[in-house]
Design a protein around this ligand. Structure first.
Ligand SMILES: C[S@@+](CC[C@H](N)C(=O)[O-])C[C@H]1O[C@@H](n2cnc3c(N)ncnc32)[C@H](O)[C@@H]1O
Length: 265
């Protein structure tokens, strides 16, 4: 393990990781495997009746992929994108509910792919090269205040172009700039909810496939300053320049502030 990455035990007993340089966790402290199931698998179970093509963006140590293998009956292919090849190549060493079977599949596919294809590069370089329409897309980057380049409207637009019209996109992220970036693609957006609390976002072009669609009040928030998106037109800017430009846009925007919108409604 690299020096800047530490292991933590999460509340469901599964191992999570913490990145000291970014001061950012890879997995929820509430439970790494629980998070994979609740935020990424559960919203897609409705599709579990046909062979699935899955795209796992920001594979990390692969909990979302492992959880998909455990829960979906027929998977045709899983394409995984991860910039940290060294970390991903160790992913089969992280216990998954004591199931040796799933880690064996990962290990085998890291050597020779028959189910999982690994792309060890920046998602911004890989995304346009993929020519599959996916039934399921997981998007699990670090938070936008640490890595805004993973959440720009330009990247999200490219990601959503890869989603089948009856496919489902899932992320833990439900921040306004990300919801707004999704909104601009014309996809229907839903909230992933646990115990009456929003824990993520699910989205599909087919409105019958989403859970807890955003209501008009929530959609209205996307027309406020706080929902101004991150921009990265050529998919090559640094986090700092993306954030600087967004701050500039917020400062010069004539849109209503979120607090004004909330007071008014
Ligand atoms: C929140 S963690 C993902 C956790 C992962 N889904 C798992 O189950 O272990 C974010 C991951 O995004 C990766 N990442 C960061 N920048 C990236 C980029 N530009 N392209 C692809 N992956 C990136 C990080 O190396 C890290 O593994």
């Amino acid at each position: 393990m690299k020096k800047n990455i530490e292991k933590i035990i999460t509340k469901d007993g599964s191992i999570g990781l913490y990145n000291k340089d970014l001061d950012e966790v890879y997995h929820s402290r509430e439970g790494a495997i629980t998070e994979a199931y609740e935020k990424f698998i559960a919203p897609c179970l409705i599709l579990n009746k046909k062979p699935l093509k899955i795209l796992d963006i920001c594979y990390g140590i692969g909990y979302n992929t492992k959880c998909a293998i455990e829960n979906f009956n027929t998977i045709e292919v899983i394409d995984c994108i991860e910039i940290d090849a060294e970390l991903a190549k160790k992913s089969f060493q992280f216990d998954y509910k004591s199931s040796k079977k799933i880690n064996k599949i990962i290990e085998k596919n890291l050597i020779k792919s028959d189910l999982i294809n690994f792309y060890f590069d920046d998602v911004r370089k890989v995304i346009k090269k993929l020519n599959t329409k996916y039934d399921i897309i997981f998007h699990d980057g670090f938070a936008p205040h640490k890595q805004s380049e993973l959440w720009s409207e330009d990247l999200i637009s490219e990601i959503i172009k890869k989603l089948d019209k009856n496919g489902i996109y899932c992320t833990y992220n439900h921040s306004k700039p990300v919801l707004n970036a999704l909104f601009k693609t014309d996809i229907k957006i839903g909230k992933t909810i646990k115990d009456k609390r929003t824990i993520g976002t699910n989205a599909s072009f087919n409105p019958n496939l989403i859970q807890n669609p955003l209501n008009n009040f929530e959609l209205g928030m996307l027309n406020t300053k706080s929902a101004i998106t991150y921009k990265d037109k050529n998919l090559n800017l640094t986090h700092e320049s993306i954030v600087d430009f967004r701050n500039f846009e917020i400062k010069n925007s004539t849109l209503e502030t979120l607090s004004h919108y909330l007071k008014k409604n």
